[in-house]
Each structure stands twice: as structure tokens, then as C-alpha cells.
Design a protein around this ligand. Structure first.
Ligand SMILES: Nc1nc2c(ncn2[C@@H]2O[C@H](COP(=O)(O)OP(=O)(O)OP(=O)(O)O)[C@@H](O)[C@H]2O)c(=O)[nH]1
Ligand SMILES: [Mg+2]
Length: 373
């Protein structure tokens, strides 16, 4: 089969190989083949010009909103360039939402909680967007399907936009796409953005750095919980929620609540001037969900009047800028052909103990700088 028989989707990374390609079946007419392959010019097509997309996003056109987010999530350089234009135009209209992160171990009830809270907010006239940060999810992965079915009612609502986690790539890449999706959704008038992430690995730290309010969902189980949950996560939260607090779990849930209430007093609060709250809920029956929303609104009032809310957003914007610079520098460094060649040689020496890691690193940095002069 010739190289030309493979058609690659337009969202593939520039360096993407055949793993991104689809085979064009021989015998199909040229016109048909073109129709089903990714059209070269689809994003420059007049229907999808950046201006058109921006206008559509602001006018509540869901198809164009979805298109904008697809561009933001694309790995192709061509799409990144269009996405940047769109983002720059939308930026002045973004920022007017409450960004809420939800973490917790698998099965704690995060998606069910989002569904219950989201439906209640929509009834009150809010526009709600749901995003997920799950760097491990694959196109065929269970979590996307799972979340879609778990948020079935919510996904069907006119004033709700549910987007599963962008697939593929590093956690940093997924986080970047999520942040940019927030900008698009805010410009589209979504006033509440809910971001779900699993509380394992590093994704919860990434999500913490892009939201105003951070919620940890736990399940009753007393005793063991305090050991099972990483202390680090507790230090990031503004509210701990003991979910599945109904029926025979009720007593255990109340007990857990007391334990966490005393535990949070020993922690340094993440948000200045706010001691994390602990409540019991049942995402299934809706118990405690109104109370949760009251807490979130109280948090907003307190932190906005003290200025901490705005201060946090400014710090997040600066930290994000720094992170992009650092990631960019690392990429330039490791992609440099001189560095790659030298690294391979030094690697062996490091492994066999012939050179100190510090010396090897210094040598590489010097080489890098000398080649850039
Ligand atoms: N009894 C009870 N079950 C619940 C409650 N909340 C969620 N569940 C159930 O717990 C299971 C997992 O719920 P999800 O909402 O999918 O949990 P999740 O935290 O989003 O899970 P992952 O996305 O896999 O990390 C489902 O079967 C839910 O029906 C609750 O308050 N009470
Ligand atoms: Mg979920």
C-alpha cells in the first residue's frame, strides 16, 4: 500500500504517524473518498472562519461552540493557529463564571453529583458546562462512555454543555485544552463550569490551579478514609463532601464528617480566609445538594469581598503563563538534534557511573546554549 493510500485526520499532531491514519478503500470514487477523508480546508471554509465561529459562540450556536472546542482540543498546528485567533477574540468576554473543580476516588459519585447539582442549577436559570480532566482516558475508554450515561439527563438539557476529557497527550496538554475550553464556554455565557477529575495522580493539582472552588468527594467508611486519602488532596480543598450518606451509610457518614471537621482545622487552608467546610450528601437522592450550593455561593461572596477570588485568578494566570514557558523550553531543549545526539552518549556514561549526573546536565546545557549563540 502506498503512502498516499492513507488519510490522516486533520487534528493529528504534525509529527503523527500512521497510527492516526485511516485507509482509503480502493475503488471508491474520488469525490466520495474526499467526502469521508478530513477535508483539507474544512476549517478555512467560510462557514467555519474564525469570525463566524466567534460570532456563533457568542450567539449561543451549539454547533459552532462545539467546533470552537474541537479546534482548541486539536493537536494540529494549523488548528492551533485558528484556535488562538478565536481565543484572543473571545478573551474579553470570558471570566464571568464560577469555576468549580470536583475530585475524589473512582466511584465516589462525582458524575452523579454533577448531574444532580447541574439539573438543579439549570432549573434556577443557570447555564452549566461540564468538562472532565482524565489524561488516562482513551477514545474507546470506559470513563467517557460512563460519564455520558451517568449524566444522561444533564447532557440532554438545552442550557447544559457536557464535554468528555480531551483524549491523548500528556496531562499538561489535557490541562491546556481544558483551560482554553473554559475561556470559550465563558464567552458563550456559561456561568457555572464544573470540572470532574479523578483524585489519583497529578490531575487534581492541575484542576485546582484552574478553578475558584475545589470540592473533594469522599464516601463513608470512617477510620480507613483518613489514611486512604492523600493528605495533599485535603490541603487543596474548599469543601469536603461525604457522599452516599443515606440508608445504612448514614451513621458512618456523620462519623466521617466529624473526623474530617476536626482534621481540616489542622490544615493550612488553600483559599485565604476560608476554612474548608465538611458536609454529608446523597447525590442519588439530592440530599445536601442545596446546602452545597449555598456553601459555594457563600465562598464566592466571602472571597469576592475580600479580593481573594480575584487575587487567586491573577496568580493562576501567571502560574499558567510560566508553565507554558517551561513546557515550551523543555520541548525545544529535548528536540534539539545536538542535544539528542549528545544525550544518547552521556546517557550510557551516566548509567555506567562514568560521569556525574550534575556534570552531564551541565555539559548538555552548555552545548545547548553554545548552539543558540
Ligand atoms: N447509594 C448511592 N450511590 C451513589 C451516590 N452517588 C453515586 N452513586 C452511585 O455510585 C456509582 C458511581 O457513581 P459515579 O457518579 O459514576 O462516580 P464517579 O465518582 O463519577 O466515578 P468515576 O468517574 O469512575 O471516577 C454509581 O453506580 C452511582 O449510581 C449516592 O449518593 N448514593
Ligand atoms: Mg465520573
Amino acid at each position: 500500500m502506498n503512502e498516499g493510500d492513507f488519510k490522516k485526520p486533520d487534528w493529528q499532531p504534525e509529527s503523527g504517524g500512521k497510527e492516526f491514519a485511516a485507509r482509503i478503500v480502493k475503488g471508491e470514487s474520488q469525490a466520495k473518498a474526499q467526502k469521508y477523508s478530513s477535508s483539507e480546508n474544512s476549517s478555512e471554509n467560510s462557514n467555519f472562519s474564525p469570525e463566524k465561529i466567534v460570532e456563533g459562540v457568542q450567539n449561543g450556536n451549539r454547533a459552532l461552540l462545539a467546533r470552537a472546542i474541537t479546534l482548541v482540543e486539536s493537536n494540529s498546528l494549523k488548528h492551533r493557529a485558528i484556535a488562538k485567533q478565536i481565543l484572543n477574540k473571545l478573551l474579553p468576554y470570558s471570566g464571568n463564571s464560577l469555576r468549580i473543580g470536583i475530585t475524589g476516588m473512582p466511584g465516589a459519585g462525582k458524575s452523579t453529583l454533577i448531574e444532580t447539582l447541574g439539573l438543579s442549577l439549570i432549573k434556577q436559570g443557570h447555564k452549566v458546562a461540564v468538562l472532565a480532566v482524565d489524561p488516562s482516558s482513551k477514545i474507546s475508554g470506559g470513563s467517557i462512555l460512563g460519564d455520558k450515561t451517568r449524566m444522561e439527563k444533564l447532557s440532554g438539557e438545552e442550557n447544559c454543555f457536557v464535554r468528555p476529557s480531551p483524549t491523548g497527550g500528556t496531562l499538561g496538554g489535557v490541562a491546556r485544552k481544558t483551560r482554553e475550553s473554559i475561556t470559550v464556554l465563558e464567552a458563550a455565557g456559561y456561568d457555572t463550569i464544573l470540572i470532574e477529575t479523578v483524585g489519583v495522580g497529578q490531575s487534581e493539582t492541575e484542576v485546582r490551579s484552574m478553578v475558584d472552588f475545589f470540592l473533594l468527594v469522599l464516601i463513608p467508611g470512617a477510620g480507613d478514609e483518613l489514611q486512604g486519602i492523600k493528605k495533599g488532596i485535603m490541603e487543596l480543598t474548599d469543601c469536603i463532601l461525604i457522599n452516599k450518606a443515606e440508608g445504612e451509610n448514614l451513621q458512618a457518614a456523620e462519623l466521617s464528617k466529624k473526623e474530617y471537621e476536626s482534621a481540616v482545622h489542622y490544615l493550612r487552608p488553600y483559599t485565604k480566609g476560608w476554612t474548608p467546610k465538611v458536609i454529608t450528601t446523597s447525590a442519588l437522592t439530592g440530599k445536601g445538594i442545596d446546602q452545597l450550593w449555598k456553601i459555594i455561593k457563600e465562598f464566592e461572596t466571602v472571597t469576592k469581598s475580600s479580593g481573594v477570588f480575584y487575587e487567586n485568578r491573577k496568580l493562576q494566570a501567571l502560574a499558567w503563563t510560566k508553565k507554558i514557558i517551561e513546557d515550551g523550553l523543555l520541548e525545544i531543549f529535548y528536540k534539539d538534534p545536538h542535544i539528542r545526539e549528545k544525550y544518547d552518549i552521556l546517557r550510557e556514561k551516566i548509567l555506567s557511573g562514568k560521569i556525574l549526573p550534575t556534570s552531564a546536565a551541565e555539559e548538555l546545557l552548555e552545548l545547548f546554549l553554545s548552539k543558540r549563540k
